[in-house]
Design a protein around this ligand. Structure first.
Ligand code: GLN
Length: 490
């Protein structure tokens, strides 16, 4: 059944301003729905805190579009006084002393944090299966056989279940934009440095971004206006002025140059996904856009995933060296520091994390650095140069966000197939180059969402939202949730 929380940010704001609902009513609905969650979306539901905060809000702030809205944050954002584990046993019981900057910004805007969302452990992974509380399920599949994707799995599932109108996630390779595709959502990752990462647990800082989910492009534009901007606590955050992103929404795409990569579209084996994507190109042309096919280069595209693994695992190994069982999380007995650290790291991490630390350490060993780590950095450079070259001749790169609908848990993807190597991993291009990148729903296939992705030039988020809005008008798929299913126009 449709509820308030299946609506988008703007619509809810209008209802709040007209006093047709209240922050307390919304928080209650969010908590009630969160308690009925069947997808394992949450580490923790913050019932008491949320209801208390919401009950303090009475006079609507007309100028503040986020006033009184409930949201969830992925469990790798520090929340003062609230246990934050990044879904890892190694951080069980860790209660941060400060809020992540995005969390405090949202607090200042009177948003109500209703839950901490489950995730792939420490944000490594893309399946939503490695949280220490188990798998997160795709809300579109009542049989629980399909994944919602990760690593921002709980945030995406909570959105698709209509529990909140927006959710925070993080994106190092595709962790917001891939689950957005599987869950019928808008998933946005702005330019590297656009949103402060202070208080976001680092995974691979040269690739890490704060990202978020909304139900429509308009909501994504408003939310960036609130989250973007320099932060003294994060020296990598940009000083550039924050644009009025929502002002771009009606601009349309006439004369805008879109390109797609032939190698990726050719590799798709899901014919519906391919056909819907090609149909959207025609519609873009009808709106006056110039759409062209570009060859990125198969060798370079095939290098994205291996380079991503080397760079991200190397950075993660170094960053997560502080998870030694002494500074944070549970203490494991040992006669020496070495022994208790060994016990903490042996018992506190799942297999996937340990495998990645082994890869990272191997790539960082002095004798392997030239052959692995530095070679991956050079590849990254080549890939970024190629991408920026393409974006000097085109305004946007437009591609399917994933090779198809959300996979079943038991579908073993062939990790060496070209489809896996290029069509399943190309979103990391946006992290390599730090470019703004947004996923939105394209169509439905057998009732499951298919997503597309748009990538634009650095700090040109406004243009990206304008193009995304035009696409949203083409697909007719804004405001999706399992309680509000739609057919779509394509
Ligand atoms: N799926 C990618 C990985 O496994 C991306 C993770 C992310 O963006 N945090 O690392």
């Amino acid at each position: 059944m449709m509820g308030y929380l299946d609506k988008g940010i703007k619509e809810l704001h209008e209802l709040l301003v007209r006093k047709e609902t209240t922050p307390l009513e919304l928080a209650k609905e969010a908590i009630a729905r969160a308690k009925e969650d069947t997808c394992n979306s949450f580490e923790k539901i913050l019932e008491e805190e949320a209801l208390e905060e919401a009950s303090c809000l009475s006079e609507p702030e007309e100028e503040n579009i986020l006033w009184g809205l409930p949201y969830v944050a992925k469990d790798n954002f520090s929340t003062k006084g609230i246990e934050t584990t990044a879904s890892s046993d190694v951080l069980k019981g860790y209660v941060p002393l400060f809020d992540a900057s995005v969390v405090s910004r949202l607090k200042d805007r009177k948003c109500i944090l209703v839950a901490k969302a489950s995730m792939d452990e420490l944000a490594m992974g893309g399946t939503g299966t490695t949280s220490h509380i188990g798998k997160t399920y795709n809300p579109y599949d009542p049989a629980h056989e399909r994944m919602v994707g990760g690593s921002s799995s709980g945030s995406a599932a909570a959105m698709a279940e209509g529990i909140v109108p927006f959710a925070l996630g993080s994106d190092t390779g595709d962790s917001v934009r891939k689950p957005a595709s599987y869950a019928g959502l808008v998933g946005m990752k702005p330019t590297w440095g656009r949103i402060s990462r202070y208080g976001l647990f680092p995974f691979a800082p040269s690739l890490d971004h704060v990202g978020y989910f909304t139900r429509d492009v308009e909501g994504a534009a408003y939310l960036l206006e609130a989250l973007a901007g320099h932060d003294d606590m994060d020296s990598t955050s940009s000083y550039r002025a924050v644009d009025s992103y929502s002002g771009y929404l009606g601009k349309g795409v006439a004369g805008k140059r879109f390109c797609y990569f032939r190698e990726i579209v050719d590799s798709l084996s899901d014919l519906t996904a391919k056909e819907k994507f090609l149909a959207s190109l025609e519609e873009l042309r009808k709106k006056g856009a110039v759409v062209s096919e570009v060859s990125f280069g198969l060798d370079l595209l095939r290098a994205v995933y291996p380079a991503y693994m080397v760079i991200s695992c190397a950075e993660a190994t170094s960053n997560d060296a502080n998870l030694d069982g002494i500074k944070f999380g549970p203490y494991y007995e040992g006669r020496t520091y070495q022994e208790s650290m060994n016990a903490a790291r042996t018992n506190g991490f799942s297999e996937l994390i340990k495998r990645r630390f082994v890869i990272g350490s191997y790539c960082l060993m002095r004798e392997n650095q030239e052959e692995l780590f530095l070679r991956a950095q050079r590849l990254r450079h080549l890939i970024v140069d190629r991408l920026n070259g393409i974006l000097s001749e085109n305004d946007f790169v437009y591609l399917p966000a994933a090779p198809g609908i959300a996979p079943r848990f038991d579908e073993s993807s062939d990790k060496l197939s070209s489809e896996y190597l290029i069509a399943d991993n190309h979103l990391a291009l946006g992290n390599f180059a730090g470019l703004p990148s947004l996923t939105l729903p394209l169509a439905l296939e057998k009732g499951y969402p298919l997503g597309v992705n748009l990538m634009g030039r650095a700090f040109e988020e406004g243009e990206l939202f304008a193009a995304a809005k035009a696409l949203e008008d083409i697909t007719g798929l804004s405001g999706l949730s399992v309680n509000n299913p739609k057919e779509g126009r394509l």
